[in-house]
Design a protein around this ligand. Structure first.
Ligand code: TZP
Ligand code: MG
Length: 209
């Protein structure tokens, strides 16, 4: 795996809440064509057998494009398919536990919801963080929006060391506001996955960052 992903400005999530399960390969290809420099498989409330099967299906597509393939939540699935990494939330245990289960260096990312959590993730050795949700979003139910005011600070401190991907309620129509607030990299889930043409929408997002 190359380190090109460190330059990624768009992080694509293949989220089973939006992507039809019989179209995951084409959705993944479209996200990559749209410029996503890193891809995550996220499937809440699905069985591990299903997620394992989807991971096996999507990994080669990402490999061929030299785009890292990250599994959300499940270290064991990431290890089983030899994914490029895992993404863990605040309640998903220490990052070191994930690293120990991989027998080679892999990407370990962390969701953060405050500047303090962002700093803690950096100190804990995260390879990148997600920072948000900036706005309330149905994709992450029950979490308040954290607003735009801390982006600059987190970007300057944590973002000078590891990639900081702003996330949560970001759409093509509010991207100028998010960028003006200091965001340099974004994760866009629903607006991209529900777009008529995912690849074109992705390119539009990148060109406005
Ligand atoms: N973590 C924080 S917000 C979020 C996740 C996974 C969901 C982002 O989805 P959307 O549809 O782009 O708001
Ligand atoms: Mg999680």
């Amino acid at each position: 795996m190359s380190n090109n992903w460190l330059e990624a400005t768009l992080y694509g999530i293949v989220d089973l809440g939006y992507a039809p399960e019989d179209r995951l390969p084409e959705v993944t290809r479209a996200l990559i064509a749209g410029g996503a420099g890193i891809i995550q498989l996220r499937a809440k409330d699905r069985t591990k057998d299903e997620i394992l099967a989807w991971a096996k299906e999507l990994l080669p597509i990402c490999r061929e494009a030299d785009v890292p393939f990250i599994v959300n939540d499940f270290i064991d699935i990431a290890v089983a398919v030899d994914a490029d990494g895992v993404h863990l939330g605040q309640d998903d245990g220490p990052l070191s536990a994930a690293r120990e289960q991989f027998n080679e260096p892999k990407i370990v990312g962390r969701s953060t919801h405050s500047p303090e959590q962002a700093q803690a993730a950096l100190a804990e050795g995260a390879d990148y963080i997600g920072f948000g949700p900036l706005f309330p979003t149905p994709t992450k139910k029950g979490r308040p929006g954290i607003g735009l005011e801390n982006i600059v600070g987190v970007q300057e401190t944590v973002g000078s060391k590891i990639p900081v991907f702003c996330i949560g309620g970001i759409r093509r129509d509010n991207l100028p506001e998010v960028k003006a607030a200091g965001a340099q990299r974004v994760v866009v889930v629903s607006d991209l996955l529900l777009a008529e043409d995912i690849a074109t929408a992705g390119q539009a997002i990148i060109s406005h960052l």
